[in-house]
Write a protein that binds this ligand. Sequence first.
Ligand SMILES: C[S@@+](CC[C@H](N)C(=O)[O-])C[C@H]1O[C@@H](n2cnc3c(N)ncnc32)[C@H](O)[C@@H]1O
Length: 250
Amino acid sequence: MKSFDDELHSMVLSEDGSYTAYSKEYEEHYHSTRDGALNESLVKHVIPALGIKSGQDEVHILDICFGLGFNTLATLYYVKQNNINSRIHIYSPELDASLIRSLKNFTYPKEFDEFRHIILELAETGYYDDGLWHVEVFIGDAREYIKKFENSFDIVYQDAFSPRTNPILWTKEYFSDIAHLIKKDAILTTYSVALPTRLALYENGFHVYTYHTKGARKSTIASLTELEGFEKVDIKHKISCNPHAEPLRD
Ligand SMILES: C[S@@+](CC[C@H](N)C(=O)[O-])C[C@H]1O[C@@H](n2cnc3c(N)ncnc32)[C@H](O)[C@@H]1O
């Protein structure tokens, strides 16, 4: 098989035995190598989000950003494993066209073997639809892409490179656009627990929760509607302890 590695990306083994990639451009891994690529995707994004949303007939997901596609593929894996009958619609922007084309050479975990045909179609056309699952990868800037939606999504996987590396996808203005494009009871998941990220969410009307489960570090869940059964972050208290903290701005 042709190698995935090129001048911008290289494949790296993560601690759960699944491969992730390292971006030489952003100087960052696509996943936490410690939490593991597949594990991180499942426990920080898919399980908490679909745990709440899988009872619906239709689930609309915004996957920011596609990268190697783990969040999209782990969603399909979880849906199949748990016999979830919802029609799944996934929309995912990705700036790096050459990365998407090279995904056919990436070594995915065996859990994704049954989705090989989906990976190949997405790598070639950016589109997959089998009547039950619909996936669209948009090649371009996420900030532009999200402007075309309104009140559309049940779930947002906020999985950009870190706020330090890719601040434009973590600002107060960015989360204002996100608040506009989601349904009122949507769930946003992110690995970031940074106070500026949480402030950017809070200042756009999100309730912010810490999510912690065995096998991964803490992450964040947010919703415009109050959620039961999650550990709410007392943002006012955090601000009083960190009076100079501010959200990132455009
Ligand atoms: C951390 S990786 C995403 C990991 C992905 N969720 C996965 O499971 O593999 C971040 C991705 O964001 C993409 N990206 C960076 N800036 C972007 C932008 N403005 N619009 C769309 N994609 C962007 C990068 O090319 C990279 O593939």
